[in-house]
Write a protein that binds this ligand. Sequence first.
Ligand SMILES: NC(=O)c1ccc[n+]([C@@H]2O[C@H](COP(=O)([O-])OP(=O)(O)OC[C@H]3O[C@@H](n4cnc5c(N)ncnc54)[C@H](OP(=O)(O)O)[C@@H]3O)[C@@H](O)[C@H]2O)c1
Length: 232
Amino acid sequence: MARPHVVVYNEISIDGRIVGFDLDPGRYYRRGFRWHSDAILMGSVTAQAFGPPEPVEDQALVLPSPPRVPVYPGFEDLVYEPRPLLVVPDSKGAVRNWIHALAEPWYRSIVVLVSRSTPGDYIDYLDRRGIEHVVSGDERVDLASALATLAERHGVASVRTDSGGALNGALIAAGLVDEVALILNPHVSGRPEGQSVVRLPRPMGDGGIPLALVELERLDDDSLWLRYAVQP
Ligand SMILES: NC(=O)c1ccc[n+]([C@@H]2O[C@H](COP(=O)([O-])OP(=O)(O)OC[C@H]3O[C@@H](n4cnc5c(N)ncnc54)[C@H](OP(=O)(O)O)[C@@H]3O)[C@@H](O)[C@H]2O)c1
């Protein structure tokens, strides 16, 4: 099966950062869910925002899956069936709050991407939560191989990111990205050290990676909606 079509999606400041400015999360997610992607690829830092880590003693227990929380009123139209998989690379076993993510209404289930060096106790914890894992790569997750496994096991043909510049950069460097879709928000980030939308894991030449504009729209608050195709 071919690798999935991958869209990198972010709201950015005019200096290309993804943090340090006010954004409307409702608008960001409303636009994101328009894609009806088969999977949402979320970074492990973003995933930790689902809620506080489970207490260590709870992590050691098999707990029943929590009931799904209802869709927030006004956001019912964001739900589509089958709901997307939530997919999170987490080679270090950092995300320990899965009980909260499992209660979210947006995803049909969760797949954690781990590597051959991920601590065994983390795999056990995932098993206790009934969360599937895919093993690839020695240290970090081998994203190409993991996406191929998702395509094969779950028929994942389309992926949208919900992540930061490191994951975006790793995907682009591996040649796995087809589109970059951005809301360009008219703010300068207040955090000069904040992550930029793409941080390549290694230099890739002075000429850069060319993109072609395929969509442009002016939004109500003078933000711009920009969709670029990665040149083959
Ligand atoms: N403005 C926006 O549109 C927007 C949207 C989403 C998130 N954010 C912000 O983005 C920030 C960071 O987000 P994040 O955790 O989602 O992503 P991130 O910092 O870009 O990347 C970390 C994730 O990418 C994986 N990763 C990084 N480099 C890799 C490589 N070379 N090979 C394989 N996997 C690699 C990491 O896996 P390991 O853990 O295995 O290393 C981890 O899951 C947060 O502050 C969040 O609030 C902003």
